[in-house]
Write a protein that binds this ligand. Structure first.
Ligand code: PRP
Ligand code: HPA
Length: 172
């Protein structure tokens, strides 16, 4: 399937998770084999030849990272929400509009100097991706870039991630 048609499978859901927010729902895209293949193929092209590991951000980033990692023959490391990992290498706390969130990296997976691409479905404020990049760098990785399906430009994530080489298949 052509990439633009595949991206057209992403649904726009008004007022989720709260009034006034237009939520981009990728579940119809994930459920469509040809659409998913097109998006995974395009994301795989954003990953350079020298990359050692793909970091998938919980939860939807896991699907994308796993598929791209499989397609490219590259391993995957999980960037998880707190309390899920039995052995933790590090944790980064970051600000949300209201409150804080955290991401954790599993122990013993990332070796110093390994080149990693961070993968997720949506780049919004950039807080999650920036925290994932810091977590990986704290763990000794070299972050080669951040690849997402969709960038919500009005929320300014690209500026937050300045210098991190953001690739988005679609900006809106
Ligand atoms: C979404 C999305 C990104 C993040 C983007 O995850 O999948 O990880 O938010 O937002 P940001 O750029 O403002 O940080 P969500 O928090 O909904 O978690 P989930 O995938 O576990 O549902
Ligand atoms: N969709 C998915 N994840 C998100 C969104 C969205 O619209 N906004 C912030 N994170």
């Amino acid at each position: 399937m052509e990439l633009q048609k595949a991206l057209g499978l992403i649904a726009e859901v008004p007022d989720f998770p709260e009034p006034g927010v237009l939520f981009r729902d990728l579940t119809p895209l994930f459920a469509d084999p040809a659409g998913f293949a097109a998006v995974v193929g395009a994301l795989a092209e954003t990953v350079g030849p020298e990359v050692d590991l793909i970091a998938g951000v919980e939860a939807r980033g896991f699907l994308l990272a796993a598929a791209v990692g499989y397609a490219r023959g590259i391993g995957v490391v999980l960037v998880r929400k707190p309390g899920k990992l039995p052995r933790v290498a590090g944790r980064v706390d970051y600000q949300l509009e209201y409150g804080t969130a955290s991401v954790e990296l599993p122990a013993g997976i990332v070796s110093p100097g390994q080149r990693v691409v961070v993968m997720d479905d949506v780049l919004a404020t950039g807080g999650t991706a920036a925290a994932a990049c810091k977590l990986l760098r704290d763990g000794g990785a070299v972050v080669e870039g951040v690849s997402v399906v969709m960038e919500l430009t009005a929320l300014g994530g690209r500026a937050v991630l300045e210098g991190n080489g953001v690739h988005a298949l679609q900006a809106c």
